[in-house]
Design a protein around this ligand. Structure first.
Ligand code: GLU
Length: 556
């Protein structure tokens, strides 16, 4: 047998059940025929754990990159590591994406469901494709079976360490299965020895590769010389080989993935070339980092220490999806905030995102900033939207609160509308889980009395203020009349209605009108700071207001 015949025989020996050819799949998954410049991107998570905030970040880059270019983004599930897979891994990913409004054009849509004509979009259902390409590589002499046991591999590693070898791994003189004869292979197989399929690298240690990372620019690295594993002993591909086959047949143009994969690019370029495929463009996104609360140092978000590492945290806390995407966009692109100022009402997903303008250094996740962004987002929502969102959140995460607010939705909407739907709405709420406390004083079920006073107001003055106010108060006053009465209380109680005057003569008065209204506010709501007190009192109603004034007067 000549070399070619041996390779063909070997391919049959290793893959007797594979009857398809690469051409079959080329026809099944044709070029997408998109307009020039349209980009095809994919988000390709493994269902091995909770959805990390860095995943959502990457997915946003995928979706925006495709959208801006008139292309396609899709979701592929990389489930080749069955040992590490977790039960709700896939739905955790798809639910997290949906919860935050990240929508792909194609791919997996939930557990066992998908859409698009380049599927299946789950790697465990594509084994025949990988094996077909693997078989073809064997036929061309570009891949070979390796029977080394883990002990053999350990011993190679030990010897490489002892020698202080610069490059470690399975290659060159270390690759003992690289040149097994057909007869040896056949014998091993007939003895039932397990094998993996390895790539036959033709790389050389003194050659370098160059590629242009869309985010980091030109990168130069040593060429790959390792005979990388393509198929594991169970016939399932490694990440490297699956990446090559899938991104080729799904016609990905831009591979956006975490920076931890940069060092694998030489392997990937070698594989794409060996298969005769066009190498996609790569964009390696920076890690999501934070400042450690204790040390103050920058570090990776960690599942163990940081609840905000998991996307589910933001769902449970009730951050609106718009807030999180809005915030992630500020991290993704330095131009976003300027764009937002110029386009306050445009949905964030319409941002003209440019991969090349992304920063390559780790992006800093800052919950305080997210809260600020979210307050800005929520303050612009109508009361009825806020009600719907709060109710939907509470139904899932706080049944008691849900029952109370949904007993009278109109009243809850009115409560939520105080200082809202105006040119300068209050920015009090960052997430739905805060609303219970925020409006608690309207509901006897949640109201907790707290009549503690600021230091500058004595209990006897507070008692005198509420007593005088209870006499003056009329539920039918309009806002000016209401405030007029508070001002009128001042002088007889030795407070001044004029804040400026108080500031220039602080010794002449006990305080000013602001202190008087603070006392009334505390009496009525047990808070020092609330939205418009007049509106609050209207919604509480006369009887409740009078009862609270009396109670506070007796308990200051
Ligand atoms: N499944 C890989 C991961 O979760 C994906 C890397 C890629 O996007 O290619 O890290």
């Amino acid at each position: 047998m000549d070399k070619q015949e041996i390779n063909e025989a070997l391919a049959e020996l290793l893959f007797p059940d594979i009857d398809k050819t690469p051409e079959y799949y080329e026809q099944m998954y044709p070029e997408r025929g998109l307009p020039e410049g349209a980009r095809v991107t994919r988000f390709a998570p493994s269902p091995t754990g909770y959805l990390h905030i860095g995943g959502l970040f990457g997915a946003l880059v995928d979706v925006l990159t495709a959208k801006v270019s008139g292309g396609i983004s899709y979701l592929r599930i990389e489930d080749t590591d069955k040992k590490r897979e977790i039960e709700d891994g896939v739905s955790g990913i798809t639910d997290g994406m949906k919860a935050f409004g990240v929508e792909f054009d194609e791919g997996v849509t939930g557990f066992g469901t998908e859409t698009g004509s380049y599927g299946p979009y789950t790697q465990s259902q594509r084994v025949e494709i990988y094996q077909t390409i693997a078989k073809s590589l064997v036929k061309q002499g570009l891949a070979y079976p390796c029977f080394c046991s883990s002990e053999d591999l350990d011993s190679i590693r030990e010897r490489q360490e002892a020698e202080g070898a610069d490059i470690r791994g399975y290659f060159g003189k270390w690759a003992k299965c690289r040149d097994l004869s057909y007869e040896e292979i056949e014998k091993n197989i007939s003895e039932g020895k397990s094998w993996v399929l390895r790539f036959r690298s033709d790389g050389s240690p003194d050659k370098r590769i160059f590629f242009e990372d869309m985010i980091r620019g030109k990168i130069e690295m040593p060429e790959n010389i390792i005979d990388e594993v393509l198929l594991k002993s169970d016939g399932i591909p490694t990440y490297h080989f699956a990446h090559c086959c899938d991104d080729h047949f799904m016609r990905t143009t831009h591979v956006v993935r975490g920076e931890e994969w940069i060092s694998s690019v030489p392997k990937h370029i070698a594989l794409f070339k060996a298969c005769g495929y066009k190498v996609p463009k790569y964009a390696h996104t920076p890690q999501v980092m934070k400042f450690d609360d204790e040390t103050g140092d920058k570090r990776k978000l960690s599942k163990r220490k940081d609840p905000e590492a998991a996307v589910s945290y933001f769902v449970e806390e009730g951050f609106p999806k718009e807030s999180l995407t809005e915030y992630l966009l500020t991290l993704l692109s330095s131009g976003f905030e300027d764009w937002r100022r110029a386009n306050p009402d445009v949905p964030a997903m319409d941002y003209p995102f440019n991969l090349k303008k992304m920063s390559s250094s780790g992006c800093l996740f800052d919950l305080v900033k997210l809260n600020d962004v979210s307050k800005n987002v929520i303050c612009r929502m109508s009361a009825s939207t806020v009600y719907d969102r709060v109710a939907a959140w509470a139904k899932e995460f706080d049944g008691e609160f849900y029952n109370v607010i949904s007993a009278d939705p109109d009243r809850t909407r009115e409560i939520l509308n105080i200082d809202r739907e105006s040119p300068k709405p209050r920015k009090d709420i960052a997430k739905w889980s805060e609303v219970r406390d925020y409006i608690s004083y309207f509901y006897p079920e949640f109201y907790r009395k707290d009549y503690s006073l600021p230091e500058n107001i004595s209990a006897s003055d507070a008692k005198a203020i509420v007593a005088a106010y209870a006499k003056a108060y009329s539920a039918s006053d309009d806002k000016d009349g209401w405030f007029g009465k508070i001002k009128e209380l001042c002088e007889p109680l030795r407070f001044t209605p004029n804040v400026k005057e108080y500031k220039s003569n602080p010794d002449t008065y006990k305080g000013h009108v602001g202190d008087v209204s603070t006392v009334i506010r505390i009496a009525v709501t047990s808070r020092r700071n609330t939205p418009d007190l007049y509106s609050i009192m209207l919604l509480l109603g006369e009887d409740e207001v009078r009862a609270r004034l009396a109670d506070a007067g007796a308990n200051f």
